[in-house]
Design a protein around this ligand. Structure first.
Ligand code: DAK
Length: 270
């Protein structure tokens, strides 16, 4: 792989888009390598992923404008599909994905962050959908995911004006879950990555089937009306009762012996 780094620590995998010279812009090769990296994640071992960008300056500065500039209509559609396929793969990935947004997240960069389950921003992060200034619409799901995340009114304002917003404003409008401030003199990028990995480690300690089922219930339920959504939740809730984790965790809680009651459940279901 030329543009993707993948590291594993305990049960957490960290994917770094590593094209720092072009501020980690997404060209076809980055998208192909990211897709292949996701396909290769060992889901028997890894329980949560972190996605970040190389360097201090950018998470992802967008789709590669140089590559896009000369595309024909058919090529643009193919490029859009390649991006959309990998973004959907992230969004529907069986385990949670946390974006550690360490700088510019513009256009495709904002869109890839929105395909993740959770977004943590460094205090230096900048978000925006500048596409209309380039004569295009957001093409990797931005019109859809931004409106769903922050509401149609604010999404329209940001997309029509192509205005970039800083991390604090992104937090205020609900685009990011938190803004991570580094210790005095420390690196903003290191701080947000450490926070994302700490959160991922916390998720990795939970019962893995229950975490996956929760992700699926939220994602699938949001696509349908409430009556159908509740049925999706019921089915996934029911499926947890076939796991060892549920039996052991509830038995521990019900145990009169205080020592046993507090015993950590050895989550073993895959
Ligand atoms: N693409 C290609 N190269 C990029 C890039 C990008 N998006 N962003 C930065 N770079 C490159 C720069 O060209 C420069 O390369 P060299 O000149 O050194 O070779 C290097 O990264 C450093 O960038 P700057 O010199 O510009 O650095 P500055 O600090 O001055 O400015 C910046 C940082 C982030 C403000 C600036 O680089 C910038 O404005 N970048 C572009 C941001 C942007 O507009 N992003 C949105 C791209 S549009 C679709 C599929 C997808 C999309 C649309 C349709 N279909 C096919 C359906 C998605 C579109 C987008 O994402």
């Amino acid at each position: 792989m030329e543009y993707i780094l993948y590291e594993v620590s305990d049960k957490v995998g960290t994917i770094t888009i590593n094209r720092e010279k072009a501020l980690n812009a997404l060209n076809s090769q980055v998208l192909d390598e990211l897709s292949a990296t996701l396909d290769a994640v060992d889901l028997n071992e890894i329980r949560c992923l972190v996605l970040t960008g190389a360097g201090e300056k950018a998470f992802v500065a967008g789709a590669d404008i140089a590559e896009m500039s000369s595309l024909t209509k058919a090529e643009a559609e193919a490029f859009g599909k390649k991006g959309n396929d990998v973004f959907r793969k992230l969004e529907t990935f069986p385990i949670p994905v946390i974006a550690a947004v360490n700088g510019f997240a513009l256009g495709g960069g904002c869109e890839i962050a929105m395909s993740c389950d959770i977004r943590l921003a460094s205090d230096t992060a900048v978000f925006g959908q500048p596409e209309v200034g380039l004569g295009i619409t957001p093409g990797f799901g931005g019109t859809q995911r931004l409106a769903r995340l922050i509401g149609a009114g604010m999404a329209k304002q940001l997309i029509y004006t192509a205005r970039n917003i800083k991390a604090e404003e992104a937090y205020r409008v609900g685009l990011v879950n938190d803004v991570i401030k580094p210790e005095e003199g420390a690196s903003s990028k290191d701080a947000v990555l450490a926070a994302a990995q700490k959160m991922a480690a916390g998720i990795a300690k939970q019962a893995p089937i229950a975490v996956r089922a929760s992700k699926k219930a939220i994602n699938d339920g949001l696509q349908v009306d409430m009556d159908a959504a509740i049925v999706i939740e019921e089915k996934l809730f029911g499926s947890c009762f076939e796991t060892k984790d549920q039996g052991a965790a509830m038995a521990n809680f019900l145990e009169k012996d205080k020592e046993k009651k507090l015993k950590v459940v050895p989550f073993e279901n895959k």
